[in-house]
Design a protein around this ligand. Structure first.
Ligand code: FES
Length: 96
């Protein structure tokens, strides 16, 4: 086993889970949102922000669901059009 420090200041996990039946984040556009935010973070804040394509967070009826660290908060009912607001929030969080 090997341990290594995590140096990114902010990490967000976006559920990309796809169910065969029922509500899920994938059907609401989670993949596109994740791809967009991952590209943006890698280009603009590669050392500070990590965007992770995650599995089910148990908030399926409230998706797209994200979990945010180090705040340890869920962000729920995220829509594709919230991308700009998410970016602004992350940039603001980096200042704190
Ligand atoms: S499918 Fe996204 S939280 Fe369960």
């Amino acid at each position: 086993m090997k341990k290594e420090n995590i140096n990114t200041k902010l990490e967000i996990y976006i559920c990309n889970f796809k169910r065969d039946t029922g509500e899920n984040c994938c059907d609401r556009g989670a993949k596109e949102l994740t791809d967009n935010l991952k590209s943006w973070a890698k280009k603009e804040y590669p050392k500070d922000i990590k965007v992770v394509r995650g599995g089910c967070l148990g908030k399926c009826s409230e998706g797209i669901a994200m979990s945010c660290y180090p705040e340890k908060k869920y962000v729920l009912d995220v829509k594709l059009e919230d991308e700009g607001e998410i970016k602004k929030g992350l940039i603001e969080a980096l200042k704190n």
